[in-house]
Design a protein around this ligand. Sequence first.
Ligand SMILES: *Cc1c(COP(=O)(O)O)cnc(C)c1O
Length: 394
Amino acid sequence: MNIETLLVATRTRDIDGTGVRGTMPPIHLSATFQQDSATEFGAYDYSRSGNPTRDALEGLLAELEGAARALAYPSGVAALNAMAALLRPGDEVLVSTDVYGGTYRLLSKVWSGRGVAVRYADLSDPAAARAAFSSRTRLVHAESLGNPLLTVCDVRGTAELAHAHGALLSIDNTSLTPLNLRPLELGADMVIHSATKYLCGHSDVTAGVLAVRDEALARTLKFHHNAEGCVLPPLDSYLLLRGMQTLAVRLERQEASARAVAEALLNEPCVSRVRFPGLPGHEGAAAHARQSKGTGAVVSFETGDAELSRRIVEALKLFSIRVSFGALNSSASVPFHMSHTSIPQELRGSHGPPRDLVRLAVGLEHAADLIADLRGAIAAALAYERPITAGGVA
Ligand SMILES: *Cc1c(COP(=O)(O)O)cnc(C)c1O
């Protein structure tokens, strides 16, 4: 079945024996479930271990990613952190340089404090990737489309490389969603989502997903999900299920508008570089086109002037200044100052975004309104007269 169909299929089960079958699953807020006897357990006993609403969500997520099992966590970062259960002190993790700032913070400041070595490399460059492995590399982690530089990870090639070195590959697929790319089919072992972004789509849930192909790996992670208690609550599970029903139509429109925005930015003389995987000149565009059906709806651009970039973002009216992406309404950010501040200043040249990079997350407004907003903000930022101070131009 196509993903568009899976997303809206009714998935209610009559677990209460009431015969009531709504179109949407009930929100089972109950923390505990009654048993038939002291020695017989039913399908559910305690909500941390299993909850019918969370199960409905996890079942859908597993189908979407073609996984043996998907687990839902209270944030994307919690889903990333769940992989720590697979590592021991002395193990090494190899990470792409173009990753979410919170991923950098978790790995470099939390995991490394527990004896896991973290190495960064540009995994879109095969020679650099190969050179970064050691005999202790146990896990390789990359984003299918990097945040915020939109670096393309060749999932199949990276999986072959990881497996040749006896390591697992996890792909953060937040920017592309399973509608565009299914990393497990291309050889990845694990898929991560910040479901806070496109999967939810409505900016009202913080959630994460970890989906795995291998049954034994799934059992280990499920054991830790319950043992460590880092589980998505039932109300959030319901809201996520509700939001996901419209994922296909949201993404289709947002991607079309993102392309229109990217093409409009190419015509702005003050814009020195536009990053969007649908543009023919984008680095990795060919690899992206081979593995992904669509582009995602994030567009980044540079102006060569950090002050000008900041002023453009502050002059925008429809794009609000916010971190995150995947929402119904458009947003703009300067990742250097916002989502990626946990990357140390001295590393932010090679690891992460340049100072003048603006990241646009394109929402469901009319594309013409978004383009007019950008043109107006660019004109206003260029017209701004820098105040004259005693030392000259500030
Ligand atoms: C936002 C984000 C995360 C972290 O997810 P949270 O839900 O904010 O914890 C991880 N990876 C990527 C690519 C993200 O954009």
